[in-house]
Design a protein around this ligand. Structure first.
Ligand SMILES: O=P(O)(O)OC[C@H]1O[C@](O)(COP(=O)(O)O)[C@@H](O)[C@@H]1O
Ligand SMILES: [Mg+2]
Ligand SMILES: [Mg+2]
Length: 336
């Protein structure tokens, strides 16, 4: 790239030329990006910053929190409660919604996030990330309630993630394709490094936690069995497998070179639709994937059309290269 375009300049251009980003949303996204930069610094310090290890507390999902889960949550809350033009926030790490202090006029937006995705990888120095989704606060009433957050993924006005890996990279959509920004540590700013990302429709790479194979539903087993059969099987080609156990890292790979990612329903906890959370994991990642020409379903329906019924709702996720996602979804339909 000949001239460096910062995230700020990119957003200003989008606002001016395309009319996609109202100024309040632009400022909000800049605050989120600044928070991700702080989290990235904390991740980089690792043991030197005292951020590794477990905090000995549980979140609402019954998961033991890591120190970095809590630190990242605090960074996002503190930065956005004063600077983000928000009415309220919701997070994987908080049971209820977080109302920003009263101000006039009240912020128009709702921010949802998974402050630290891939927690099991924190202490082993493997890529982790932050996922975020922005909704508009429904009009017509002064306060904010949890119901205001229960909007289908198609209503998102911005979505993104930041991956803390060998590079810190922020990926963003406001509904006009997907753009990628790399953190320039010397300058301290995110610089545009790719625009209009496209996921190839076909792939030879799948991502699923294979240790759960015995618990899967038949359509998932059928799909993976066919991949494993390789050239000699019905697909007539060999497949490769990757499972990083950080959704951000698996999705980032798929955005870069294609692939399919699955965290489906399984028999371990039959009453749960899946492991991943609809509002702050599946919906933002799903919108990014769709904006890059990919697809996301829960095996049956498009995830972005699901009407949520609770804040921490879980969902089965099949996302990535379009033809592969359609195949897995068809296998579910054929199995009834
Ligand atoms: O350890 P498992 O069961 O393979 O689960 C891995 C999945 O869990 C997650 O880590 C869940 O996210 P959190 O770390 O935010 O709870 C995903 O990022 C990842 O895809
Ligand atoms: Mg997560
Ligand atoms: Mg998390």
């Amino acid at each position: 790239m000949s001239s460096k375009i910062s995230l700020t300049r990119y957003l200003v251009e989008q606002q001016r030329q395309e009319g996609h980003i109202p100024s309040q949303l632009r400022l909000l996204l800049e605050v989120v990006a600044r928070s991700c930069k702080s989290i990235s610094h904390a991740v980089n310090k690792g043991a030197l910053g005292g951020v590794l290890g477990t905090a000995e507390t549980e979140n609402i999902q019954g998961e033991i929190q890591k120190k970095l889960d809590i630190i990242s949550n605090e960074v996002l809350i503190e930065a956005n409660e004063w600077g983000g033009h928000l009415a309220a926030m919701a997070s994987e790490e908080m049971e209820g919604i977080y109302l920003v202090p009263n101000r006039y006029p009240q912020g128009e937006y709702l921010l949802l996030f998974d402050p630290l995705d891939g927690s099991s990888n924190i202490d082993v120095n493997v890529s982790i990330g932050t996922i975020f989704s922005v909704l508009k606060k429904p009009e017509g009433q002064p306060g904010v309630t949890e119901e205001d957050f229960l909007q289908a993924g198609v209503k998102q006005v911005a979505a993104g993630y930041c991956i803390y890996g060998p590079q810190t990279t922020l990926v963003l959509t406001v509904g006009d394709g997907v753009a990628m920004f790399t953190l320039d540590r010397e300058q301290g700013s995110f610089v545009l490094t790719q625009e209009n990302l496209q996921i190839p429709p076909d792939t030879k790479e799948f991502a699923i936690n294979m240790s759960n194979m015995r618990h899967w539903a038949p359509p998932i087993k059928r799909y993976v069995d066919e991949c494993l059969a390789g050239k000699e099987g019905p697909r007539g080609k060999d497949f490769n497998m990757r499972w990083i156990a950080s959704m951000v890292a698996d999705v980032h790979r798929i955005l870069t070179r294609g692939g399919i990612f699955m965290y489906p329903w399984d028999k371990r906890e039959p009453d749960k639709p899946g492991k991943l959370r609809l509002l702050y994991e599946a919906n933002p990642m799903g919108w990014i994937v769709e904006q890059a020409g990919g697809a996301i379903t829960n095996g049956k329906d498009r995830v972005l059309d699901i009407q949520p019924s609770k804040l921490h709702e879980r969902v089965s996720v099949i996302l990535g290269s379009k033809n592969e996602v359609e195949r897995v979804t068809r296998y579910h339909a054929e199995a009834g």
